[in-house]
Write a protein that binds this ligand. Structure first.
Ligand code: FES
Length: 133
């Protein structure tokens, strides 16, 4: 059995939303002390017709591994266009499930970077706009 699922390899080889957003509404950073990898995530937040704040755009830069890239890439596709409230409901176990294969225990921490960076970015956005989660 291969170490990684087809989905992980697909998102790693063709990552979605990789890059930087100039004039982002907020950005967040998550790191892992074990491997030293870092994930930086940018958000562009706008209001929809119902006056709800939605994630209009999201991009990421990373010094992470294949699993971190695949998880973050998938997360960006899941939250784009969603309200902040909806985005906050996504857990790293949801990403692992969608990527189609249990991760080796040593790689679980890699899947947490995406969600942690998203939460940090949303938290920073709320700090900037004086809201509380
Ligand atoms: S080994 Fe560091 S994020 Fe995967």
């Amino acid at each position: 059995m291969p170490l990684y699922s087809k989905e992980i390899i697909k998102y790693f080889k063709n990552p979605k939303n990789m890059g930087k957003i100039k004039n982002s509404s907020a950005c967040g950073i998550a790191g892992n002390l074990t491997c030293g990898d870092v994930m930086k995530l940018y958000l562009k937040i706008e209001k929809n017709k119902k006056n709800e704040e939605i994630i209009k755009d999201i991009k990421f830069e990373t010094m992470g591994c294949a699993v971190a890239i695949a998880n973050t890439s998938l997360l960006t596709t899941m939250v784009k266009g969603k309200t902040i409230k909806e985005a906050l409901k996504i857990k790293n176990k949801d990403l692992i499930k969608k990527l189609g294969q249990p991760l080796p225990a040593i790689k679980i921490h890699c899947s947490i970077l995406a969600v942690d960076a998203l939460h940090d970015a949303i938290n920073n956005y709320f700090k900037k706009t004086s809201k509380k989660i």
